[in-house]
Design a protein around this ligand. Structure first.
Ligand code: ARG
Length: 608
């Protein structure tokens, strides 16, 4: 599957094309002309290492090859200098006129220099993955925040993206709850085998009921209460087979839970296009099992039906209870139908692929889910490939690490519990309020505006902490650190955006209108080079499914602005032309910064 972009006009692409032509003219391959941002920004803006590679292949002297390229490019009107460094690196420095032109081009571009995919693809992003009856906790933050950002980025770059919450509403947990509720509320009509309605509209169970009953049932299963486990399994099977009373009760579980989860996601500004659940794939399960059976992929395993997904030779050692060691297939087989006849987690995932294929026809299925489920996805993907439901490469697990506590293991509250997501957001908002007061920020705002600002600061702190790490990196949850206005934090980014807004507002009051950019100072050069780097940062973010690359770009842009503002007065001085140019620069930097924030799911207030 090609993942490509329409040709771009950033310096990297411009110089790559020019250098490529020069290499061709010297009898080498155009690919040698690949130009990249310089490793030594103090010496150069861009560099090309191609002379070394082609000289080696041609048994020539790399400095001599580099010199031939240099001679061909010497008159390029965009360059201030082109030097040869070390064994034959070409070091490009752009002149102010070229930088001004590029700055103005970005300012005039509705996309602010962002790339566009060459061929629009249909992408389904499966993220969030909350479960019925369980309140979300801090562990749900990562997939929500990373998934939301990837959804926004892929969509903005031109793909047709659908975000699906893939609600966990179908496994053994549902049977557990049915049995748990039947014990606490035996008078409900749903447990009668002959139940056929009427269906009360209001749920007889509340979220609080579910939150109380569910952990109790889990405890009993953990404690090996076999009678309970068997009852839960039986209820699961009967639910899946359509027993009316169970379906009716289950429907209440789903509705009650979904409302609460939606509220939590809304606090974080996370949205889904689809709120499908595992259960929505149910109509696909039976025909799928028949199909897998017909294709000879299902085999018996002690009464269960499994799919062998390991290739010959793919094994790992496993220690048995008697201490002996055996070789077992790795990844282990996918459990398609349990010995009780129920569809399992893997079954619903494969069936969901069929459902999505039928209803959406995605080119790419992207799963933003915890790394600890890597084996599960390996089983699911291999099953889908074996059965021909997807082609190799179409299914992708963009895995994420965990949010850890100071001890380096997944974050727990002081009493050892998990921190609920809405409590986490409230705590962050409280902290944001305190920080704003400490910094004497937001003092001119109305109460409502102040609260809205505090919420934005809180969400920015949480999300940026998440996104500034690579998705696979486990990071330590430290709200105090995330919430400072200095350093690589969300609040810092918002603060810089607010400063830019205030400059532009004051300029407006003075009747100054931002105009064409004329680059003169070093700090201005650096800002334009960063604006130019947006294209490359977004491409890499997209290709690696790694919003931390975008996060880095946005942070560097904010930093470069801060440096610029310290070095280059914008509103003071007599030179009107300089003011107008600098305002133009501030305006485009603000626009790109705000776009970058939006692609990460952050938003800056108007004032602070
Ligand atoms: N509900 C699952 C869990 O809590 C996560 C779902 C992830 N997505 C998927 N298609 N399996 O573990």
């Amino acid at each position: 599957m090609a993942e490509d972009f329409i040709p771009s006009t950033d310096f990297r692409s411009q110089l790559t094309a020019t250098a490529g032509d020069a290499f061709v003219a010297e009898g080498f391959d155009t690919s040698a002309g690949r130009v990249q941002p310089s490793d030594r920004p103090d010496l150069a803006d861009f560099q090309c290492n191609g002379a070394l590679a082609v000289a080696k292949a041609a048994k020539a002297n790399p400095r001599e090859v580099a010199t031939r390229i240099q001679v061909r490019l010497n008159d390029d009107e965009r360059l201030q200098s082109l030097e040869i460094a070390g064994p034959g690196f070409l070091n490009f420095k752009l002149n102010d006129a070229a930088l001004s032109m590029r700055g103005n081009a970005i300012a005039g571009d509705a996309r602010l220099g962002a790339p566009v995919v060459a061929a629009k693809r249909k992408v389904i992003i499966d993220f969030g993955g909350p479960n019925v009856a369980k309140e979300m906790h801090i562990g749900h933050l990562r997939t929500a925040v990373i998934g939301e950002s990837l959804k926004r980025i892929m969509r903005f770059l031109g793909d047709d993206v659908t975000g699906d919450a893939h609600f966990g509403d179908w496994g053994l947990q549902m049977g557990q709850l049915i049995v748990g509720v039947s014990e606490e509320m035996p008078d409900l009509p749903y447990f009668d085998e002959a139940f056929s309605g009427p269906y009360p509209e209001a749920s007889p169970v509340t979220l609080a009921d579910l939150g109380r009953i569910y952990p109790k049932t889990s405890q009993r299963i953990k404690g090996k209460d076999l009678d309970f486990l068997n009852a839960a399994r039986k209820a699961t099977r009967e639910l899946q087979q359509g027993r009316p009373g169970y379906r009716a009760l289950w429907q209440h579980f789903v509705v009650v839970s979904r409302e609460a989860l939606k509220r939590d996601y809304a606090l974080l500004g996370v949205e889904f296009d689809l709120w499908n659940g595992e259960s929505d794939a149910d109509p696909y399960v039976e025909p799928m099992i028949a199909d897998l059976e017909a294709k000879g992929l299902l085999v018996d395993d002690q009464g269960a039906r499994v799919v062998h997904v390991a290739r010959p030779g793919e094994t790992r050692k496993k220690k048995l209870e008697d201490g002996s060691v055996v070789e077992v297939p790795s990844p282990p087989p996918l459990l398609a139908v349990s010995s009780e006849g129920s569809a399992m987690y893997g079954t619903t995932d494969v069936a969901t692929i069929l459902q999505r294929k039928t209803e959406i026809q995605p080119d790419l299925y992207l799963y933003v889910v915890d790394q600890r489920q890597a084996e599960h996805f390996e089983q699911v993907f291999r099953t889908a490939y074996l059965a021909g439901y997807a082609v190799e490469g179409q299914l992708e697990h963009a895995a994420n690490g965990t949010v850890n506590g100071p001890d380096g293991t997944p974050f727990k509250t002081r009493d050892g519990g998990t921190l609920k997501l809405h409590e986490l957001v409230s705590e962050a908002v409280e902290k944001a309020v305190a920080r704003l007061h400490e910094q004497k920020l937001g003092e001119d705002l109305s109460v409502a505006e102040f609260n809205a600002t505090a919420h934005k600061v809180a969400v920015a702190a949480l999300k940026f902490a998440e996104l500034s790490n690579h998705r696979l990196t486990n990071y330590i949850f430290d709200l105090d650190r995330f919430m400072t206005f200095e350093g690589k934090t969300g609040p810092y980014l918002l603060y810089q955006a607010v400063r830019m807004k205030s400059i532009l507002r004051k300029a407006g009051e003075q009747g100054l209108v931002p105009g064409a950019i004329v680059v003169g100072e070093q700090a201005e050069r650096e800002l334009v080079l960063l604006l130019d780097g947006f294209d490359g940062a977004l491409r890499e973010t997209y290709l690696k499914r790694a919003p931390n690359i975008l996060a880095d770009h946005v942070y560097r842009l904010a930093q470069a602005f801060s440096k610029f503002y310290a070095a280059c007065p914008v509103l003071v001085g007599d030179d009107e032309a300089v003011k107008i140019s600098r305002l133009g620069l501030v305006q485009v930097v603000l626009k790109q910064l705000e776009l970058g924030l939006d692609l990460m799911g952050l938003s800056a207030p108007g004032q602070m």
